[in-house]
Design a protein around this ligand. Structure first.
Ligand SMILES: [Mg+2]
Length: 442
């Protein structure tokens, strides 16, 4: 314990890496390194906004150079940032989250603890004596010899986007986004052991729509949902992500159709952060659980989404929500509130299952960090009325994905096996990274 209390990390250099997986997927990672060569690793993948995130991150890391950092709050105070300011700016939120996740990894490595244990102990340590009992004594501790496993759900969406061509200079290989293509990919994931599949089927939709009721543009999407559900059968769950393509009227009209098609959750028909009032109206009428909030920053944001009845399930993304420790705190606090609501039977709770499922349609560093967080907050809870929700994994983007980390990413029977060892328990495999991307110092 003493080693934890005294642990600090003084970043000296920042290194960026990018790996090109598909024409529409580039994973971006950072390493913060100190004078002794200890490195903290994080993923900061953010699509179109990537360049802005990297230049912001370079500036922030420059201001933290040589500073002794012990916690997320040190990062915020040294940078003069408040959570409310950061929550308004996704580029800043992503840069701050990257630094804070890399710091958590570095501190866990320095303390010689797996990141999941470091997060749990860090939380217990920050509580006054006696208040951290739930965390200090996990309800269902894993047997010490078993490698912890975190159940994943298979997001098939990115596997259905164009691939790089076999030969350079050829156009990207198109993919099969027909109902049959969705069904085949859902079946592939099911055969690999995933119990829950997610798809984003509404390519043709973008509000506003011309007619009232279910938009015509949604018909193809509904066919894809029906086909994927038919392929996986009644036992397995199908989550549907709508990428905020609808408005209030169309989202309300679509919900019973999705329910009839066998969907098990309704993700972001509207953006719950940008349009919470209309999302709340959908939530009031909907029978399906509503999930969302993937661009949210900070525990307070997620507490508001749940407390105000905007969604049933929050989806913090370790790349934007404030990093590993913030995601862990969010998981513990929100699931603890849920358990309390369940016992008193009042308030915001509408569904009995978990209310936190981390958003992670990203690369292997984001997945590994999110798995440590999910394992840590799941261990902290007593799961009366339903177990933890599975964690998102974007399946089948590239065959060599597992090689990006050493030891290689291990996904077995629909679960991620945590590698053990200090921090994340894995580092970048530089030869695999450089075979598919590049490294630079911003
Ligand atoms: Mg989503």
């Amino acid at each position: 314990m003493t080693v934890l209390t005294d642990a600090w990390f003084a970043p000296r250099s920042l290194t960026c890496y990018e790996v090109k997986a598909r024409p529409m997927t580039t994973w971006t990672f950072i390493e913060l390194r100190d004078d002794a060569g200890l490195a903290g690793l994080a993923e900061i993948t953010y699509g179109q906004g990537q360049d802005r995130v990297i230049s912001m991150l370079g500036r922030l890391a420059g201001r933290l150079r040589g500073e002794r950092l012990r916690s997320d709050s040190d990062v915020m105070s040294r940078l003069g940032l408040s959570p409310a300011d950061v929550a308004k700016d996704i580029v800043l939120a992503t840069a701050v989250s990257g630094i804070r996740s890399a710091l958590a990894d570095a501190l866990a490595r320095r303390a010689a603890l797996p990141l999941s244990d470091f997060l749990s102990l860090g939380e217990a340590r920050s509580k006054p004596a006696g208040a951290g009992g739930l965390l200090a004594a996990p309800a269902h501790p894993a047997p010490p010899s078993a490698a912890p496993r975190v159940e994943l759900y298979a997001n098939i969406n990115r596997s259905l986007l164009p691939e790089f061509p076999e030969k350079i200079l050829m156009p990207p290989e198109p993919s099969d986004r027909s109902a049959r293509g969705f069904a085949a990919m859902a079946k592939r994931a099911m055969d690999a052991g995933f119990k829950t599949i997610k798809c984003a089927p509404f390519d043709e939709c973008r509000a506003p729509f011309r007619a009232a009721g279910v938009p015509r543009e949604a018909e193809k999407g509904l066919e894809r949902v029906q086909a994927a559900k038919a392929a996986i059968g009644p036992e397995r769950k199908l989550y549907v992500d709508c990428h905020s393509r609808f408005d209030l009227a169309s989202a309300l009209a679509l919900e019973p159709e999705l329910r009839a098609a066998g969907a098990a959750w309704y993700e972001e028909p509207l953006d719950p952060l940008a349009d919470p009032d209309n999302m709340r109206r959908v939530h009031e009428k909907a029978h399906l659980p509503i999930a969302g909030g993937e661009h949210g920053f900070g525990l307070d944001t997620f507490a508001r989404l749940l407390g105000d009845g905007v969604v049933d399930i929050v989806m913090p993304d370790v790349k934007h929500c404030g990093g590993a420790a913030e995601a862990y705190r969010t998981g513990v606090e929100m699931e603890r509130n849920r358990a309390m609501e369940l016992s008193t039977g009042s308030g915001w709770l509408r569904i009995a299952s978990g209310c936190v499922s981390m958003h992670c349609p990203s690369g292997p560093v984001s997945l590994l960090t999110s798995a440590h967080v999910t394992h840590a907050f799941s261990q902290a809870m007593n799961w009366g009325g339903g177990g933890p929700l599975p964690l998102e994994h974007a399946v089948y983007e590239v065959a060599w994905r597992r090689d990006v980390l050493g030891p290689a990413e291990r996904i077995e029977g629909g679960s991620l096996v945590l590698p053990g060892g200090p921090g994340l328990g894995a580092s970048l495999d530089y030869s695999a990274v450089l075979a598919h991307g590049r490294r630079w110092e911003p």
